[in-house]
Design a protein around this ligand. Structure first.
Ligand SMILES: Nc1ncnc2c1ncn2[C@@H]1O[C@H](COP(=O)(O)OP(=O)(O)OP(=O)(O)O)[C@@H](O)[C@H]1O
Ligand SMILES: [Mg+2]
Length: 511
């Protein structure tokens, strides 16, 4: 029915139509829209005509179904309430709505004034999340630091006891178990330190494409045959300044998570790109500075995550994998490493739709000479023969894969006895022995001494979960030995091996 407009009505229309704040007038009985302004059309994507065919419930998202807008006749102004709505394109928005009773051309109607608070809510959520991570990080870092000192004492004295026991002593096994547990605890504390961003970093100019490509053989083995690994590495990728060992750890943690999410197989895509994060992006993301970045996206076609998991996945020890399967430190380590490097991590995931983790690292501009001089994967290949003695199967295969990737000839043994046998029967030279410090029956040092007596030129690299200081303090190793602390990354292993094989080669990365 046409409404006869009075002068007052015209004024109202002007205030209404041109108002930058979205507004509607609706019928309180039928909840149909009688009139909407231009700002409301822009916000929801419906034309004024389309709006007139809708009721309030058509906008409400499922979570808010059954709630009703209540008019508050408070003379000081209506108290706005928050609502979740859907736009025409299906996007969820959050609005605050204040409702006032008005006279609309002689009939009773309600005027709703809206405020789009989607962006604000988003920022509030992120801020809460950032504060939570900050305080958990402080706590974890503090605990890890004190814990490390205690572990040094536990493993140091444990080693002293072990050293004092004869080879047949029934207490040997107990002492070895103490040291093994100490080793695992030390690995955990190191991950916590990574999360709390308290690590010593050795940043270099890095080409992420090169790093991903050189990891790909190992990644393929890691994820198994049922998962198809695809690399998308554009040639014009910018450089980043980062610790290669740490970035390898980021890639591996993300790949392992993707693998775990695809027990029946699927596709894993590693993709790099140059991106420019603008002011608008920075404004919508807490603690992100606008500027040039390199983005590494790790995407899988796996199970995906629900909202409850997404909200907590960076927390240390948050895991949905059963006991003994996950420690829940993978993503917190990724988070710590990337944040410490001035970057940012984003996770997109829906249940059943797979997951995409995007890591942003600040892009740096470096002259070509420096880039070429610093392509580490070219610099650290070798062809020597290396004997690896390690009783932990995972560590053993990691060491083997890495060394083979880098061109070495690798012999592996799962215990010292086997290592001796291999060394005795091997015809050619063995340039390096890489051995775990603690192994069943014979210690790494005893193994090394045995082999050195037969092959005097042999170099030795020890690995252990203890820190260098704990191992030195325990007296098991002399100060002059080469030592690699577990858990290590392929890059760290690689570098250490070159260092031991070529003590005078100095840094090949130096320009
Ligand atoms: N790609 C993914 N797809 C589905 N869920 C994932 C993915 N990545 C992580 N998650 C979820 O996030 C949780 C935390 O991951 P995180 O890597 O921190 O720990 P974890 O994998 O459980 O254990 P850990 O990495 O220490 O072995 C996982 O338990 C899993 O529920
Ligand atoms: Mg993980």
């Amino acid at each position: 029915m046409p409404v006869k407009l009075t002068n007052k009505d015209r004024k109202f229309r002007l205030l209404f139509q041109e108002n930058p704040q979205p507004m509607w007038v609706f019928d309180p009985g039928t909840r149909r829209f009688l009139e909407v302004n231009a700002a409301a059309s822009r916000l929801y994507g419906y034309t004024a005509d389309e709006f007139r065919g809708l009721t309030l419930s058509d906008l409400q998202s499922r979570e808010d179904a059954g709630r009703f807008l209540a008019q508050r006749n408070d003379p000081a102004g209506a108290v706005p309430t928050a609502w979740r709505h859907r736009t025409k394109s299906g996007q969820q928005i959050e609005v605050e709505i204040a409702v006032y009773g008005i006279d609309y051309g002689g009939r009773e109607a309600q005027l709703a004034v809206l405020m789009d608070i989607t962006g604000r809510r988003h920022l509030e959520d992120q801020l809460r999340q950032a504060q939570k991570m900050e305080s958990v990080g402080l706590l974890a870092g503090g605990v890890a630091h004190d814990f490390n000192n205690l572990l040094t004492i536990i493993t140091g004295y444990g080693q002293l006891i072990l050293n004092s026991l004869g080879p047949k002593d029934p207490n040997r096994h107990s002492a070895e178990q103490i040291l093994k547990a100490g080793e695992r605890a030390a690995a955990l504390t190191r991950q916590l330190l990574a999360f709390s961003r308290r690590q010593a970093l050795q940043p270099r100019v890095l080409d992420l494409n090169m790093l991903v490509a050189s990891l790909s053989t190992m990644l393929r083995r890691l994820i198994g045959e049922d998962i198809d690994l695809r690399l998308v590495l554009p040639s014009d990728l910018g450089r980043v300044s980062a610790d290669p060992g740490q970035i390898e750890q980021v890639v591996m943690n993300l790949a392992v998570n993707a693998r775990d999410a695809m027990p029946k197989g699927g596709v894993l895509i590693l993709e790099t790109a140059n991106v420019q994060l603008d002011e608008q992006y920075a404004a919508a993301h807490v603690a992100v500075k606008p500027g040039p970045y390199v983005r590494l996206a790790v995407s899988d076609t796996g199970t995906g995550m629900d909202e409850a998991t997404r909200a907590r996945l960076f927390e240390p020890f948050f895991t949905t994998k059963g006991a003994g399967h996950g420690t829940g430190l993978g993503l917190s380590t990724v988070f710590g490493i990337v944040k410490q490097g001035g970057g940012n991590v984003e996770v997109y995931s829906e249940p059943g739709r797979g997951t995409s983790v995007k890591v942003y690292l600040p892009r740096i501009d470096q002259p070509a000479a420096i880039e070429a001089g610093d392509l580490k994967s070219q610099a650290v290949r070798g062809s020597e023969t290396i004997l690896v003695a390690e009783d932990d199967e995972m560590v053993r295969s990691l060491v083997r894969e890495t060394l083979e990737r880098d061109g070495y000839r690798v012999l592996v043994a799962s215990d010292p006895i086997q290592a001796r046998r291999i060394a005795d029967s091997h015809q050619g030279p063995i340039h390096l022995l890489i051995t775990d410090v603690i192994m069943p029956n014979v210690s790494g040092r005893e193994l090394a001494e045995h082999l050195l007596a037969r092959r005097p030129g042999l170099k030795v690299l020890y690995m252990s979960g203890y820190t260098d200081n704990a191992v030195l303090a325990s007296g098991i190793l002399q100060t002059e030995v080469a030592f690699l602390q577990k858990p290590f990354t392929p890059a760290a292993l690689n570098e250490k091996v070159r260092e031991v094989l070529e003590p005078n080669g100095l840094s090949r990365h130096a320009m």
